[in-house]
Design a protein around this ligand. Structure first.
Ligand code: HSE
Length: 305
């Protein structure tokens, strides 16, 4: 086979308290990438979407990820990518991770699955680095593995996929762009021990909540005292959105990745649609364009179409 098309899903990184170490995979929205083996050296990129992403390989997340694959094999000289992205860059729902993860899984398939998942994560991380200026695998890992993933270390790769409860995620994506690299620069390099203790407590309790299907524990563990107070200032009407969602029955939620998307976790579909409506109502009174999604957890990650 010389060509393959993959569906590369959005992801939610951090899951509020787990900055850089936790993420989960969504069913909606997703990108599509068609990758072909090329006889020409290097990576060519054709964009079918309107995001005006660079087409020069070493300036494009997909390009960098596949250049990294090419450095590790002599089986092929190059790849052609046709990119049809639907996840807006700078959305906070893992647009760059979907790009990097999607093309490396596709390329690996064309190569006869010679690389294991850790290696694919390593290649995709090279692409993610271009977009965010930092190495964090909390979008890449769930995009490749599916489900909920914990990043114990990204160098060397040590990733744990945990069991996922049935939950509904409501995402409101204000159509403004926040670059992950900018949203990382405003964070403190040091925090107080007392803050770290509270953050560790919430993170570990959230993992226990997921493993035990304990919805109330999940809800009360979704607290972030380190990053949210700083980044939420970049998201218009953040507190109003969150309060409206909580009053409509959401268990909890917060900033998706580095924002501007905001996600809320719900225990059933009806609550999720009430929460979606409440969040829409807040933004309907503003002049900011937005999109909403409701998704369950995607257990598979990138798949062939
Ligand atoms: N953990 C990263 C951050 C995720 O919050 O900067 C970016 O999507």
């Amino acid at each position: 086979m010389n060509t393959v098309t993959v569906k590369a899903p959005a992801t939610i990184a951090n899951l509020v308290c787990g900055f850089d170490i936790m993420g989960l995979c969504l069913n909606e929205p997703f990108d599509e990438f068609t990758v072909s083996i090329s006889k020409t050296v290097g990576v060519s990129i054709t964009n079918l979407d309107n995001f005006n992403l660079p087409t020069i390989a070493n300036q494009n997340v997909c390009g960098v990820a596949l250049l990294s694959v090419l450095k590790n094999t002599t089986l092929v000289k190059g790849f052609d990518i046709i990119s049809n992205k639907k996840i807006m860059p700078g959305s906070g729902i893992g647009s760059s991770a979907a790009s990097a993860a999607g093309v490396v899984v596709a390329a690996n398939y064309l190569l006869g699955n010679i690389f294991d998942q850790d290696k694919l994560i390593e290649f995709a991380l090279e692409g993610e680095f271009l977009a965010s200026g930092g190495k964090h695998a909390d979008n890449i890992a769930p995009a490749i593995l599916g489900g909920i993933t914990l990043i114990r270390s990204h160098s060397p790769i040590d990733i744990i996929k945990i069991a996922s409860p049935e939950l509904y995620f409501v995402i409101l994506h204000p159509q403004i762009e926040i670059k992950t690299s900018d949203a990382r620069k405003i964070l403190p390099q040091k925090i107080e021990l007392s803050q770290a203790i509270q953050q560790w407590a919430n993170t570990s309790a959230l993992v226990a909540g997921f493993l035990q299907n304990d919805y109330e524990l999940i809800g009360r563990s979704l607290q972030d005292i380190v990053v949210e107070p700083i980044r939420s200032r970049l998201i218009p009407y953040y507190l109003q959105l969150k309060n409206a969602a909580l009053q409509s029955g959401a268990l909890g939620g917060g900033i998706s990745g580095s924002g501007p998307s905001v996600f809320m976790v719900c225990k059933d579909k009806n609550i999720a649609s009430n929460v979606e409506q409440a969040m829409k109502n807040i933004y309907a009174t503003t002049n900011i364009k937005f999109k909403t999604y409701i998704s369950t957890i995607n257990p598979n990650g990138v798949i062939l179409m």
